[in-house]
Design a binder for this molecule. Structure first.
Ligand SMILES: [Fe+2]
Ligand SMILES: [Fe+2]
Length: 313
């Protein structure tokens, strides 16, 4: 594993914010803006031969679903990275946690805030570019960010004095998930159903993974240092919430954002029965990816000794 000075040097040499061009959408009309394998609802509707038409926007079903999924994915990403990851790293810099970190950690935490701010900017800009070029309006979403909702649910299980520390733990797990999710997404590029995906999407994901691989290493170092320096009382307080976080995030990986998918299904004029069938289809289609994400969380928690031998969710 890299030392802290090596990681700082890497950032100055490799970070996207300093070295990568922002992707530009040039051929919005020609290809799928979001990979079919990342949104199983299209396949669900096609395999069931369901006939439908979006109730808004003058476009075909496939384009409408994939464009809405693109908006949803990048809007969620932007919030997750700023509200959860940047916030957690700000806590390292400002000595907000039970465990205090040295200057090297604080410098890397600063680089991550810069990176995530840039990722948020690129995500929002990607949404702007697609909306401008396609004219397809994003549907209104009702609930808060999915990661934030999972985080809030789990944090309620902890004594109030440890709430702040849970921010650091949750952000470390999210960094591992994000790096794995981007990796899976790019590996799926060669799948037959993704043959028609717009390169714009992959350019965004490649730039992002370039940074997230480094972030996940730092998350591991941070969590390891944090966990080995907190009291037994705090560990036993945090552990049930960490198990719950892994469980809820694994469900999310299987079923996707159920509320968003329901809005899509309803926007196409379908009822509850079809929505339920779509959820089952989604979980089955995503089984392999969900297992991989689950394993990446367990790997992090085992490597950092948060989960001891045998303590598997
Ligand atoms: Fe990021
Ligand atoms: Fe990150």
């Amino acid at each position: 594993m890299q030392s802290i000075p090596e990681a700082i040097l890497d950032w100055t040499k490799l970070s996207s914010v300093q070295h990568k061009k922002m992707p530009e959408l040039t051929n919005s009309q020609e290809k799928d803006i979001f990979p079919l394998s990342s949104q199983p609802l299209v396949k669900f509707i096609e395999t069931r031969e369901l006939s439908c038409q979006p109730q808004s926007d003058n476009t075909d079903t496939r384009t409408w679903i994939l464009t809405q999924s693109f908006y949803h994915y990048f809007n969620e990403l932007s919030t997750l990275e700023t509200k959860l990851i940047c916030n957690a790293n700000a806590g390292i810099i400002s000595d907000s946690y039970t465990v205090k970190f040295d200057r090297g950690f604080k410098q890397i935490a600063s680089t991550i805030i810069i990176d995530e701010g840039f990722h948020s900017f690129c995500s929002l800009d990607a949404v702007r570019q697609v909306e401008t070029k396609t004219g397809i309006k994003p549907i209104k979403l009702r609930k808060k960010n999915h990661a934030e909702a999972i985080f809030s649910t789990c944090r309620k299980m902890i004594e109030h004095q440890y709430w702040n520390d849970f921010t650091l733990v949750a952000a470390s797990i999210l960094e591992a998930i994000l790096a794995k999710d981007l990796d899976l997404c790019l590996r799926a590029r060669n799948r037959v159903e993704n043959g028609n995906t717009n390169e714009f999407f992959y350019a965004l994901q490649e730039n992002h993974l370039n940074d997230e691989a480094r972030h996940s290493c730092f998350a591991l170092l941070t969590l390891e240092s944090f966990w080995s320096n907190i009291s037994e009382d705090e560990r036993s307080n945090l552990l049930p919430a960490i198990h719950k976080f892994v469980e809820l995030y694994s469900n999310f990986a299987s079923f996707g954002d159920a509320e968003f998918n329901n809005q899509i299904i309803r926007g196409l004029g379908f009822d509850d029965k079809v929505a339920k069938e779509a959820m089952v289809f989604h979980a089955e289609y995503k089984r392999h990816d969900a297992k991989q994400l689950h394993t990446s969380m367990l790997n992090l928690l085992n490597q950092t000794k948060v989960f001891t031998a045998g303590a598997v969710v």
